[in-house]
Design a protein around this ligand. Structure first.
Ligand SMILES: C[S@@+](CC[C@H](N)C(=O)[O-])C[C@H]1O[C@@H](n2cnc3c(N)ncnc32)[C@H](O)[C@@H]1O
Length: 283
């Protein structure tokens, strides 16, 4: 099988393991690279990666999809604003705990983490609640994390931002928009590879116990076995009452995992199964 030989060659030459990706995503990416390089099929492409180290870099770049938007899935962010976040606040008040912890895992260059922080800030200040929020954004790409920390964006990723949020949380700078410092101060960005066994949760978070984790539009690119690795990690990092938000095409992956239940008929927000809660070390 030529694909197997390509996987072995890439592993030998660059150390990159292509077998973690879903077969369909890998096929699509190889088809794209074969077209771009006019290598005339898998055998020609195998030949190319044997001889051209630069093509290994191009292939690696094609495997990194970083497309993102602020408030990307409008329904899920509305559910978060109107139901999930207020529920977290109520629970925290009952527990006399005032710090809410959010992790955006696979945050690309930041919009998802900032969107969650903006909603949290709006709910907290509008309702004059005493809680404080810390959002942790992680991504495997250090270039993404650098951009996320800068917090400056073109118009494109802002297409779903409501006018009230635009006025409240962004400052226009020529043709760009900067996320205001008040929000930036509540978001910590760091690098982390969700499929690396050494990485369990954002280092600055010190301990896990997140109230909600968003991991959107990232698992979809990976093989089924990797979904298990990622979901186990996220499950362990959530508080017993924690929520998980995933991308539009990832709900079935979470249902299959079996340790979360969907909260709404529409939307992709799940709640950790309390009945299922066992000591994290045994998961
Ligand atoms: C398509 S973007 C989605 C960004 C954002 N979550 C959203 O839904 O708009 C996928 C992101 O996941 C990151 N990613 C891919 N594999 C990862 C891994 N193993 N660990 C952490 N991040 C990863 C990519 O670098 C990319 O920024």
């Amino acid at each position: 099988m030529l694909i197997r030989r390509i996987i072995e060659t890439v592993q030998r030459k660059s150390g990159k393991d292509l077998s973690v990706y879903s077969a369909s995503f890998l096929k699509k990416t190889l088809a794209l690279r074969m077209r771009e390089t006019a290598s005339g099929g898998l055998a020609g492409y195998l030949n190319l990666i044997e001889k051209e180290p630069e093509e290994l870099l191009c292939l690696n770049n094609s495997l990194h999809i970083s497309y993102t938007l602020f408030f990307r899935n409008i329904i899920d962010f509305a559910l978060f604003e109107n139901f999930v976040f207020p529920e977290i606040v109520t629970l925290k008040e009952k527990q006399a705990s005032h710090t809410i912890r959010i992790w955006s895992a696979g945050c690309a260059d930041g919009p998802e983490a900032y969107s969650l922080a903006m909603i949290a800030d709006k709910v907290i200040s509008d309702r004059k609640i005493r809680s404080s929020v810390m959002v942790f954004g992680t991504d495997v790409s250090s270039a993404n994390i650098e951009k996320a920390r800068a917090g400056i964006y073109n118009r494109d990723p802002l297409q779903n931002v409501k006018l009230s949020y635009l006025e409240r949380y962004f400052t226009a700078k020529k043709s760009q928009f900067a996320v205001n410092e008040k929000i930036r101060n509540h978001v910590d960005f760091s690098c982390g590879d969700l499929i690396d066994p050494e990485f369990s949760s954002p280092p600055a978070a010190i301990f896990a116990d997140f109230d909600i984790i968003s991991c959107c539009n990232m698992m979809i690119y990976y093989h089924e076995a990797i979904h298990q690795v990622i979901l186990k990690k996220l499950y362990r990092s959530l508080s017993p009452d924690g929520y998980l938000m995933v991308g539009e095409s990832e709900g079935l992956i979470v249902e299959k995992f079996g340790r979360f239940r969907p909260l709404f008929p529409m939307g992709n927000i799940f709640k950790k199964n309390q009945a299922d809660f066992v000591h994290p070390s045994s998961v």
